[in-house]
Design a protein around this ligand. Structure first.
Ligand SMILES: [Ca+2]
Ligand SMILES: [Ca+2]
Length: 621
């Protein structure tokens, strides 16, 4: 179970960067097919050093992906794009630049090549054709030439590629392979397509792209200098204005850890149960004075924020700065924090990667709820904040999601929702989630079931237990609107079976991430269960200690819907959950060139003022 603030852990680095989607919401839901698997005879770290082995893998991936693409005519758009993206990566490994270009177009559904593919092909061709002396000069000319064809519409791609290059290092990648991919392979040499593609992608990065690193990075920076204009931000006019009349109290739950000191005025301690690990007042909640807490095993715990391990404590400010640098890179900035992130990342040896990744993952999780809460409570002076701490593990392997963990999860969810009902919570933010695949992955990582079929069967049952338990708990809480983030895996959550994003109850809204211009964010997950979209890119938010960072992810889209609902309730506390859902959805609207249903907090608030006189009768739940 992971938070969703746009960070990635370990193997996420091995998962294919999602192809740039042009389509919006996928609507075709089809029966998931058996995953493509590959039996790797050697460890990933051995394979990556062997060109022939990698080529063999590339031919196999090409063959199977092509077969799958031709086997079915109606296909989920995201799945189709992913298969073409796999063929594109395999083509690079096979050394076929013509195929790489062809599959890139199919993967992005566009006549123009993606910037990353375009520049890599141009650089590789220029190097091949150049004489012995001036290879890099020829590469630079070719790259610059290609970039002259790019305009404002390509700005996001240029920024994304530049960010990737700024943090790129072959040593870091090799550290990820030995530290994360090898152990995974030792647990089961039969790996998924995403793993195989990830491995090929790292090969392309290390063997092909990184030789042009400095040239590519400086040319992209140069281009950005010449294209400073930022596109329209549609969210400004959708923002709810500051309250002009007195507001009513409203209680909001953040199902995550928060920095209590930062939100002290919004936390209301209830008497009776001090933090001592015991249920002093016998109400079934332990240490619940200001909020409830659960550890990474879903067991009751104490403290609104997870404890910082000693090894990380001295580095918290560095990781905050690193995160800030990454956030600034994501908007195309150059700054001292960007330089800090770049230098730190590139200075790491392969042996240091696992510790670094786990520590940064810890920081991302540790700061997650504080960022989410900050977005949720802005401009709601009468908010009471009820934190229910989740603890996301940053260790590899994370605690296993087996049958016992599923039972604890269900118990946690029951206790947490009962607590929220007891505290009078009206809106609850859930910026986390997981899929059946995550359960399968957890069993695999823990070496719990080595046989693939057994593992899949167990994962299905474990996931079903968690899903039905959570559905039950939410259904029993009709006065609470649960706002769930759709996630950042760039997948159709209905095909992936995401929990709790695909729980379709009347009091659950699932929110996906859109960009400043109102189009789908590149990482955004979609699917029929996604009810609406809100801004999910480059949002400035508080981190523990009071600093601010820019970060992206559907984790920060969900609290904007929470905020809108809280603003509505702070004017009209008598609105029911059904009223909130109806008004939020009725007022949400696409912008031109998009068919996403986009949150319009201003319109929703205005409609909630109007709705009372006419809306009372129809809003009976
Ligand atoms: Ca108690
Ligand atoms: Ca106690």
């Amino acid at each position: 179970v992971r938070g969703r603030a746009g960070f990635s852990l370990a193997l996420a680095a091995l998962l294919l960067a999602s192809p740039l989607p042009t389509a919006s919401q996928a609507v075709v839901t089809e029966k998931p097919e058996a995953p493509l698997v590959y039996r790797l005879s050697r460890a990933p770290s051995v394979m990556i050093a062997n060109r022939d082995e990698m080529r063999r893998l590339a031919y196999l991936v090409e063959q199977r992906s092509a077969a799958r693409l031709s086997a079915s005519s109606t296909r989920d758009e995201a799945v189709r794009r992913e298969l073409y993206a796999a063929r594109r990566t395999a083509a690079f490994v096979r050394g076929d630049l013509v195929d790489a270009a062809r599959f890139d177009r199919a993967a992005t559904n566009s006549q123009a090549l993606s910037v990353a593919t375009d520049l890599l092909i141009a650089a590789a061709r220029a190097e091949r054709q150049a004489g012995q002396q001036d290879k890099m000069a020829a590469v630079r000319r070719a790259v610059r030439g290609r970039l002259t064809h790019r305009g404002p519409a390509d700005r996001d791609q240029v920024i994304a590629l530049r960010r990737e290059l700024a943090l790129a290092s072959s040593a870091f990648r090799l550290g990820e392979i030995t530290g994360f991919a090898d152990p995974e392979w030792r647990n089961d040499p039969e790996v998924r397509q995403s793993f195989a593609v990830g491995l090929m992608q790292l090969w392309v990065e290390i063997e092909l792209r990184n030789r042009y690193l400095d040239t590519l990075e400086s040319e992209l920076s140069r281009w950005l200098e010449q294209h400073r204009a930022i596109g329209p931000n549609i969210w400004v006019q959708r923002q709810a204005p500051p309250a002009t009349s007195p507001t009513e109290p409203v209680t909001i739950a953040i199902w995550d850890g928060v920095d209590a000191a930062l939100f002290a005025p919004l936390l209301k301690a209830e008497p009776g149960d001090r933090p001592n690990g015991k249920d002093d007042d016998g109400d079934g909640f332990i240490d619940e004075a200001e909020g409830l807490a659960f550890d990474e095993h879903f067991k009751p715990s104490s403290g609104l924020q997870m404890a910082v391990p000693d090894a990380i404590a001295s580095k918290l400010t560095d990781f905050e700065r690193y995160m800030r640098g990454r956030g600034e890179l994501a908007v195309g900035l150059d700054s001292p924090d960007v330089a800090f992130a770049r230098t730190w990342r590139r200075s790491l040896s392969a042996a240091e990667v696992v510790a670094f990744e786990e520590a940064y993952e810890f920081y991302a999780n540790y700061s997650h709820g504080t960022r989410v809460a900050d977005v949720a409570v802005r401009g709601v002076p009468q908010a009471t904040l009820v934190p229910v701490r989740m603890t996301f593990s940053s260790k590899t392997p994370a605690p296993v999601l087996d049958e016992a963990a599923a039972a604890r999860f269900v118990s946690m969810v029951e206790t947490a929702t009962r607590y929220m009902r007891a505290r009078g919570v009206r809106v609850c933010n859930i910026s986390w989630g997981f899929t059946e695949d995550d359960v399968e992955h957890s069993l695999r990582q823990s070496g719990m079931a080595t046989d693939g079929q057994t593992r899949a069967t167990r994962a299905k049952a474990i996931f079903a237990t968690m899903q039905s338990g959570m559905t039950r708990a939410m259904a029993a809480s009709p006065d609470i609107l649960f706002v769930v983030s759709a996630g950042n895996a760039g997948q159709n959550i209905d095909l992936a079976g995401d929990l709790p994003g695909t729980i379709n109850l009347a009091n659950v809204l699932t929110v996906g991430a859109a960009k400043e211009n109102g189009k789908l964010a590149g990482f955004a997950s979609t699917g029929p269960s996604v009810d609406l979209y809100a801004l999910g890119t480059s949002i400035e938010a508080l981190v523990p200690g009071g600093g601010r960072v820019l970060s992206s992810g559907a984790s920060l889209s969900a609290p904007q819907v929470v905020n809108a609902a809280a603003r509505m309730l702070s004017h009209r506390p008598e609105l029911t959950t059904a009223d909130l859902v109806r008004l939020l959805l009725q007022t949400a609207s696409p912008v031109e060139g998009s068919d996403l249903l986009l949150l319009d907090a201003r319109a929703a608030l205005a409609a909630s003022h109007r709705s009372l006189s006419q809306g009372r009768k129809e809003s009976v739940r």
